[in-house]
Design a protein around this ligand. Structure first.
Ligand SMILES: C[S@@+](CC[C@H](N)C(=O)[O-])C[C@H]1O[C@@H](n2cnc3c(N)ncnc32)[C@H](O)[C@@H]1O
Length: 246
C-alpha cells in the first residue's frame, strides 16, 4: 500500500474515533439531529409534551417547511424558563404553525398573554385550531403583519419594559432590529431567547457569500460585548442564545 494512502487511512480512522470534524452540536429532534442516539435519549427521558402540542407537532411535520418548527425539547426549556421567572407576558417573533406560542401559553397562568408575530396567514390558521383545542386561544394574540411593525406598535402602546420573555425566530436579516426592540419591550430580569444562532455551524468562519451566517456571527459577537445583558449561548437545537436584561 502506498505510504500516502496509509497516512490518509490513519487520519480517517483517527477522525472517526475522536469525532474531530463532527459538528459540536446535534440539532433538532425532528430534523438535523433526528437520528442521533444521544438526542433521542434526551427526548425519551425528559420530554413532557402536552397532548395538543404532540398533535400540532405531528400536523406540522406534514408541511414541507417543517424543519422551521422549533424543537420540542427547546420549547420545553423555554417554557420552564418562563415558569422560573413567573412570566405572564411573552412575544413570539415568527410563530410558524405556533408550536412555541402554544407551549408558552400553556406554561403561563390564566392571565398570561402571548403576542405572536407571523406574516403567513396559512400557518396561523393551522395554529389557531390547536390553540382552541388546548383552551388557550384567549391567551394568544396573533398579529399577522411584519414582526417589526408589531414590536413598534407595542412600544407606541406604552408596553415597553413590561414583557417577561421574547423568542426571536423570524427572518435572520432583522435579528439585530428584533433584539434592540425586544430589549426595549422586556422588563429588567426578562429574557430574550434567540434561535438559530449557530446556523448549522455556518457562523464558524462564515463563507464570504454566506450573508445569513455573517449576520448571525455579527450579532453573536455584539451580544458577547453587550453590557446590558447577562448571556449564555446554548448548543440546543440550532443554537439558542439566552440574554437576560440587566
Ligand atoms: C423558523 S419559523 C418559526 C418557528 C416557530 N417559532 C415555532 O415555534 O415553530 C419562522 C417564521 O417567521 C415568519 N416570518 C418571516 N419573516 C417574518 C416577518 N418579517 N414578520 C413576521 N413573521 C415572519 C415565517 O413566515 C416563519 O413562519
Amino acid at each position: 500500500m502506498a505510504a500516502d494512502i496509509k497516512v490518509f487511512l490513519c487520519v480517517g480512522i483517527a477522525v472517526l474515533l475522536t469525532g474531530v470534524g463532527k459538528s459540536a452540536f446535534i440539532g433538532k429532534s425532528h430534523s438535523g439531529g433526528k437520528g442521533d442516539p444521544v438526542l433521542q435519549y434526551v427526548v425519551n427521558n425528559s420530554l413532557r409534551e402536552h397532548p395538543v402540542l404532540t398533535k400540532l407537532r405531528l400536523k406540522t411535520l406534514e408541511d414541507n417547511w417543517a424543519r422551521m418548527m422549533v424543537a420540542a425539547e427547546q420549547a420545553q426549556l423555554m417554557a420552564n424558563l418562563i415558569k422560573l421567572i413567573n412570566g405572564t407576558k411573552a412575544i413570539e417573533i415568527g410563530m410558524y404553525t405556533g408550536y412555541n406560542a402554544l407551549s408558552m401559553a400553556l406554561a403561563m397562568t390564566e392571565n398570561g398573554r402571548v403576542v405572536a408575530c407571523e406574516i403567513e396567514e396559512s400557518y396561523v390558521n393551522i395554529g389557531k385550531i390547536f390553540f382552541k383545542e388546548a383552551g388557550v386561544e384567549n391567551k394568544i394574540d396573533v398579529r399577522v403583519k411584519l414582526a417589526l411593525d408589531t414590536l413598534k406598535e407595542l412600544i407606541e402602546a406604552g408596553e415597553a419594559g413590561t414583557f417577561d420573555f421574547v423568542f426571536i425566530d423570524a427572518d435572520k436579516r432583522n435579528y439585530d432590529n428584533y433584539y434592540e426592540k425586544s430589549l426595549e419591550l422586556i422588563r429588567k430580569g426578562g429574557i430574550i431567547a434567540i434561535d438559530n444562532v449557530l446556523w448549522g455551524g455556518g457562523v464558524v468562519n462564515p463563507a464570504p457569500n454566506d450573508i445569513t451566517s455573517q449576520t448571525l456571527d455579527a450579532l453573536n459577537k455584539k451580544l458577547h460585548k453587550d453590557q446590558r445583558i447577562e448571556l449564555s449561548m446554548l448548543t440546543v437545537g440550532d443554537g439558542l442564545t439566552i440574554a437576560i436584561k440587566r
